[in-house]
Design a protein around this ligand. Structure first.
Ligand code: ADP
Ligand code: MG
Ligand code: MG
Length: 893
């Protein structure tokens, strides 16, 4: 057997090897292949990372040997030698997973320096300031990443020295200062660790590689993965790369570039850089970066080369690129390229533009927009009138669009905590760092004092679709005192601020928001998505207003109309309570008579909004105690209104008590006990449909859904009530009307016996909230108490209520779909749980052959795009939900 290869020179890889080499490694290899100036190096594969974990956090001997062999090859390529006292080779050690996880894992620069090599570097370059600046950075990064010594503690030492020298910028410290700083850093290292800073470059290297492997499982990386559906099993690769230096003086620098504007999508290169700087200086917001146009004046030749390479990379990858570059004494290098993160607006514009420029097909373009991102387009902006009245208190950079309003939180922990307590907060920070991730997720919006459009806050906020204003330098923030001062006014934790991520404006107080308008690129792009997809998208809606909203967002019908939501409204709850306390069928029927016109009215409103789109109407589902009060004083009051004694009502309430209401007297069990409820609901649905059909001429086929079925006989029992009632009404009306009766599949027994159930059910709708709950044996409402421990221990990677558990619950769905079809080949299959709007779950539904997904109105566009992407990735014939005609048409293409 051939020996497995764990280490690849950049020249041995290519762009398609992302799974093995990680995104960064694959692209460094690809850039090398197409002749972009890239400092050379090698990549230790993701398989080596997984093996490191499998072997109990040890890098196997033969992998270490392979690393050493590649190091020798890199020495030959560079003409330098690792640890040599003549011409020392310095390297960076960089993480790089399959999916880009900006700032989530760790990087070490200038590795290979020690007390001897630093002197050689100083002498060789004649630039001791540069040599010692590099050394102090290395000590700090190594200590932080490998030894977990607080980065802050080194920054404090440096700040002390700057104060002592009377300077404010890092660049104002001279060579002697930095030399002294190195001594202090090493002393601090020894004080904390008890050992000397490791001087052997080989030890430095191996320890750093291990640290990058470890960083795959640091808490912020785990949170990021959960948010972005990245499996822990992927692992990270490690890139070891020859250093180039942007900190060699004023003809050197480092920067970040986007081939198009990541905020608006405008076709214009957008880049920022800092002279005499290294690594993360640009994104950390330590100094405010310069626009790339400055480079055109400072060094036109390099500027031109830069613009050329950016254009080449975009054409090569056929997508907007996010790049890192360094200029060392007037020579340009590219250190990274990847498909850039962008706002939803930019994503749509770029996708449409690239198709129009002839660079992408529609199918390729469909894959370029993250479905979840569309959400940000659908959310409110500030009301223009209210905005006119508002006074701008400060202005920063428009880093991530949208409007946000909340009370001020000064730390990430505080933001998270207050959010959990139901408060809306805006996170205000000097600058953010990856440790702030959970607070950033919790905040309505993010406001930073320092940093540019490519700062950490800006990049992360755009990725999350959270509104962000960055680099708002006028604000004086005192984190300790929890105050924010601007224009002579001081604001605290109880004050509201409003921020506009599209203009950069910051306002005091609360500003009214309005719903956005959808048009232009969105319309064009979504029309392509609709053309491509075969999976239909319906909505969950219980009233005409939500229905209308969902139809505007492109819903093709209602997949779940929960009838009980109508009962909770003030004018109906009394009638349903009368029904519950009724002592016999006659009284119950009398109460139901009162409900009938109201329920029928609701269905009429919904059918009018839908025109002739279908609606699946689910019959009464929750346990009846939910409609009754539980406190004595409320019971007393209600008993008076109902004209019964306190004791009688109290008895009813107690008799309805259940040990586990979610598994109690609910769903179709209610209709089995009280068939007159199903009778009334059938009457309401059918009469409403007849009314709308007669008045407006829509061809309505009511879909009646019986919930919580586990046994075909209980479905048949309720179905008989429905058909008897419906047939009679239709006959009386003297018209033709078809209707369907189906069921939710939400109890494992229903999935297991789906072939029997399909004898009665004309459609299945997978109720994946309950199905997940019953399959796992824990409830969505209680899982919050313990899922955290499951994530922390990597037992679960994502919330099974948000993303379908494909292994377990998914198996039931797949099986039930197949069993259902075996009995009734044309059975209609859909899903109506929360999962219907989750892109990975939508893809799953497509792959198992469901006809439609149904989700809340605001997620309809997300589901439409996810369905189109699923089709592009795994085309299926459009036969599932279409007439023979459509099938013929689609196969002719
Ligand atoms: P991240 O994934 O967090 O962006 P990177 O591995 O890209 O981390 O490294 C962070 C920074 O270090 C980058 O901005 C890059 O410019 C700089 N850097 C990495 N490797 C080198 C190198 N070989 N020479 C010069 N700078 C480097
Ligand atoms: Mg980094
Ligand atoms: Mg990077």
């Amino acid at each position: 057997m051939e020996k497995k290869k764990y280490v690849y020179l950049f020249s041995e890889g290519n762009g398609s090897m992302r799974n093995l080499l990680g995104g960064k490694g694959a692209n460094l290899a690809e850039m090398t292949n197409i002749g972009i100036p890239v400092p050379q190096g090698f990549t230790v594969t993701t398989e080596a990372c997984n093996k490191y974990y499998d072997d109990g956090k040890i890098i196997a001997e033969d992998i270490i040997n392979e690393i050493h062999e590649k190091m020798v090859e890199l020495e030959n390529i560079s003409g330098k030698k690792f640890g040599s006292l003549e011409n020392p080779l310095l390297v960076s050690v960089r993480s790089g997973a399959r999916a880009s996880m900006p700032g989530m894992m760790d990087t070490i620069l200038n590795l290979g320096l020690n007390d001897q090599t630093v002197e050689v570097m100083a002498n060789k370059t004649g630039n001791p300031r540069f040599a010692y600046d590099s050394y102090r950075r290395f000590i700090q990064m190594f200590a932080d990443v490998v030894m977990e010594i607080e980065k802050r503690s080194f920054e404090d030492i440096m700040d002390e020295m700057k104060a002592d020298r009377g300077v404010t910028l890092d660049t104002e410290l001279n060579a002697d200062d930095l030399k002294e700083l190195v001594i202090k850093f090493k002393a601090h290292y020894k004080a904390v660790k008890g050992d000397d800073f490791p001087s052997d470059p080989t030890v430095q290297l191996i320890e750093s590689i291990k640290a990058v492997f470890r960083s795959w499982n640091n808490p912020r990386a785990i949170v990021y993965r959960r948010m972005n559906d990245i499996p822990g099993s992927w692992g990270t690769a490690v890139n070891v790369q020859e250093m180039v230096f942007g900190n060699k003086g004023n003809t050197s620098g480092t920067g970040v570039a986007f081939s198009r504007n990541p905020s608006t999508g405008e076709k214009k290169i957008f880049a920022e850089y800092l002279m005499n700087a290294q690594g993360e200086d640009v994104v950390a917001g330590i100094r405010t970066p310069q626009n790339i146009e400055e480079l055109a004046k400072e060094n036109p030749a390099v500027y031109e080369q830069f613009m050329d390479i950016v254009a080449t990379l975009e054409d090569h990858y056929k997508d907007m690129q996010d790049m890192e570059f360094t200029i060392e004494e007037g020579k340009l290098y590219f250190l990274q390229t990847r498909n850039g993160k962008r706002t939803a607006q930019a994503a749509l514009k770029i996708a449409v533009d690239l198709v129009e420029e002839g660079k992408l097909t529609k199918e390729e373009a469909i894959l370029k927009v993250e479905p979840k991102q569309l959400d940000t387009l659908l959310h409110p902006a500030f009301d223009t009138e209210a905005l006119k009245a508002a006074a701008v208190m400060a202005k920063g950079l428009p880093a991530s669009p949208g409007a946000a309003c909340g009370k001020i939180a000064f730390t990430a922990e505080e933001a998270k905590e207050r959010h959990e307590n139901g408060e809306k907060v805006v996170l205000v920070r000097l600058e953010t760092s990856p440790e702030d991730i959970e607070g950033m997720i919790a905040a309505e919006g993010i406001l930073t004092v320092r940093g540019g459009m490519t700062s950490h806050a800006a990049v992360v906020a755009r990725g999350m679709g959270t509104c962000c204003v960055a680099g708002c330098g006028e604000l004086k923030v005192n984190e300790g005192a929890k105050t924010l001062e601007v224009g002579g006014v001081t604001y605290g934790v109880d004050d509201f601020i409003s921020i506009d991520g599209s203009t950069g404006n910051v306002y005091a107080g609360q500003i009214k928001t309005v719903d956005p308008e959808i048009s232009g690129y969105f319309g064009t792009f979504m029309a392509w998505a609709d053309d491509i997809r075969s999976l239909k998208v319906r909505t969950n809606a219980d009233n005409p207003r939500d229905t209308a909203q969902a139809v505007r967002f492109g819903a093709e019908g209602i997949g779940l109309c929960r009838t009980e939501h109508m009962f909770f409204e003030a004018d109906r709850i009394m009638a349903i309570r009368e029904m519950i306390v009724a002592k016999n069928e006659t009284d119950r029927r009398a109460a139901l008579e009162k409900l009938l016109p109201m329920q029928k009215g609701d269905f009429i409103g919904i059918y009018e909004e839908l025109q002739d789109k279908p609606a699946t109407i689910r019959f009464l589902d929750p346990p009846l105690h939910e409609f009754l009060p539980h406190e004595d004083d409320e019971i007393a009051e209600l008993s008076k209104e109902l004209g019964i004694t306190f004791e009688a009502l109290k008895n009813t309430v107690e008799s309805l008590h259940e040990f586990n209401p979610m598994m109690g007297h609910r769903g179709c069990r209610l209709a089995v006990s009280y068939p007159e409820i199903a009778e009334m609901q059938t009457r309401a649905v059918i009469e409403a449909a007849i009314d709308v059909k007669n008045r407006l001429g829509y061809d309505i086929v009511p879909e009646i859904m019986i919930p919580l079925v586990g046994e075909v006989k209980e479905l048949k029992y309720v179905k008989d009530v429905v058909t008897r009632t419906a047939d009679e009404i239709i006959k009386e009306a003297g018209i033709e009307m078809k209707y369907m009766v189906g069921t939710m599949i939400e109890i494992p027994r229903a999935a297991l016996t789906a072939d029997e159930i399909a004898n009665e059910a004309e459609f299945f709708s997978f109720g994946t909230n309950d199905l997940t709950q019953m399959t796992f044996g824990f409830s969505r409402d209680d899982a919050g108490n313990f899922l955290k421990y499951y994530y922390d221990n990597s037992i679960y990677e994502s919330d099974p209520f948000a993303r379908i558990d494909q292994v377990g619950v998914g198996k039931l769905i797949k099986m039930a779909a197949e069993l259902g079809k075996s009995t009734r080949p044309n059975i209609k299959l859909g899903i109506c749980g929360e999962h219907g709007g989750d892109p990975s779950s939508v893809e799953f539904c497509h792959n198992v052959g469901l006809n439609y997904v149904s989700c809340s109105p605001y997620r309809v566009p997300v589901a439409r795009l996810a369905a189109a992407q699923a089709e592009v990735k795994n085309p299926r014939s459009k036969s599932c939900d279409s007439s023979a005609e459509e099938v013929a048409a689609s196969t002719n293409n």
